[in-house]
Design a protein around this ligand. Structure first.
Ligand SMILES: CC(C)(COP(=O)(O)OP(=O)(O)OC[C@H]1O[C@@H](n2cnc3c(N)ncnc32)[C@H](O)[C@@H]1OP(=O)(O)O)[C@@H](O)C(=O)NCCC(=O)NCCS
Length: 200
């Protein structure tokens, strides 16, 4: 195993992702789909699944934010954390021409690390690597939300230069309860002479 890097998912990485789902990595819990249903969905058309990892045109169809509840998909980019093995996923989504998000979207960036690779700094590093990509899409800042009791995620966000969060009440469709909304300013990347790219 090497250092953790973000990779653009390809067929070569796919078995690691499917194996993580099979081992119980609970990535699809919002949709209500089981791991086996998710695996079957991916295997039905792996090329399309992988192509949609760069979905700037929001062609992936509606997003299930809760079982049976769908909202229009936003443009998005998904990368996998890779240390020689599959380690987790991080995704960026946004609305074209504005940093605002619809109320059903809990932040520009979402991430998860497989349980057997947590507490190695991977989520902190993944977020660090995604911020310049968000700046390259033209966002002046990103908003990231987490549950008020998700200490690990709060540490990840704070370690990446977030301002103090605001508290908000999550929508019933997101399960209700208290959330924290952080903002990370991206102006330091926008000032860079050579833009980061989203390839690779
Ligand atoms: C939140 C999550 C992504 C963190 O991933 P990770 O790779 O373990 O995080 P890191 O190793 O970068 O740890 C970041 C910080 O959180 C701390 N931390 C990690 N797990 C923790 C835990 N269970 N309780 C308290 N602190 C924790 C680490 O010590 C570290 O703090 P430090 O830098 O001050 O030492 C991971 O726990 C996860 O996938 N959880 C489920 C999905 C989720 O909650 N996603 C985020 C939704 S907003």
């Amino acid at each position: 195993m090497g250092p953790m890097e973000l990779v653009r998912p390809t067929l070569e990485h796919l078995p690691g992702f499917l194996d993580a789902l099979d081992r119980g990595w609970d990535w699809t819990r919002d949709s209500g789909r089981t791991a086996q249903e998710e695996i079957a969905r991916v295997l039905a058309d792996p090329q399309r699944f992988l192509a949609l990892m760069d979905d700037r045109a929001a062609e992936g169809g509606p997003v299930e934010i809760a079982p049976g509840v769908t909202v229009p998909r936003l443009p998005s980019i998904t990368r996998w954390m890779w240390d020689g093995e599959f380690a987790g996923q991080i995704g960026l989504r946004w609305q074209v021409g504005t940093p605002e998000l619809p109320p059903t979207c809990l932040g520009h960036i979402g991430y998860g690390v497989v349980p057997w690779k947590r507490r190695r700094g991977y989520a902190t590093e993944a977020l660090r690597q995604v911020l310049p990509l968000a700046a390259a899409e033209g966002l002046p800042y990103v908003e990231i939300t987490c549950d008020a009791d998700n200490e690990a995620s709060q540490r990840v966000i704070e370690a990446n230069g977030a301002e103090p969060p605001e508290r908000f009440e999550k929508l019933p469709v997101h399960g209700g309860g208290e959330g924290l909304r952080f903002r990370i300013d991206l102006s330091r990347w926008r000032a860079a002479p050579t833009g980061a790219t989203l390839e690779g």
